[in-house]
Ligand binder design. Structure first.
Ligand SMILES: [Zn+2]
Length: 165
């Protein structure tokens, strides 16, 4: 049994690594230059809630975040590093209590990992630049992608059209 367990664990680990490599190779539009900070630095620059979600893969409570019901036109940026991730153009009402999008602004701004925590099999979405946890992606979204990027408001920063730069 121990050998079988070992083989299974190794296979899952290899798949996870393959997924990572895949996401990076398929990035397109130029690879995103990564930034890395120590845990201490993140604790200094993020609020406690941001740190819990972005660095510890926490989840904000549904209907408590700032953006699930935001219908303003504008752009959504990573709260960890400021990378532009989504726009209001692909945001839709998912009735989940979390801001939901059917696509990121570009393929290479996010990376996905298989997440089997809490007895579920989900796909985690992280920022391609700082590795911050943003949420999960599900395949029950609307056309044209059929995807639902279910994000945490606290992992995002919003700027109205014309408000930034
Ligand atoms: Zn980031």
């Amino acid at each position: 049994m121990r050998t079988i367990n070992y083989i299974l664990t190794t296979a899952v680990a290899l798949l996870a690594v393959a997924g990572l490599v895949d996401a990076q190779t398929m990035a397109g539009n130029g690879a995103i230059k990564k930034i890395s900070k120590s845990d201490t630095e993140w604790r200094k620059t993020l609020t406690a809630k941001q740190y819990d979600v972005l660095r510890k893969a926490g989840t904000e409570e549904a209907y408590t975040g700032a953006f699930w019901n935001n219908h303003e036109k504008g752009d959504y940026f990573c709260a960890g590093c400021g990378l532009k991730l989504f726009t209001s153009a692909t945001k839709f009402d998912s009735n989940t209590g979390w801001p939901s999008f059917y696509a990121p602004v570009a393929k290479n701004v996010i990376e996905t990992h298989r997440d089997q925590t809490f007895g579920m099999d989900r796909t985690e979405v992280v920022c391609a630049r700082c590795g911050g946890h943003l949420g999960h992606v599900f395949d029950d979204g609307p056309e044209p992608t059929g995807l639902r990027y279910c994000m945490n408001s606290v992992a995002l920063k919003f700027a109205k059209v014309g408000a930034h730069k």
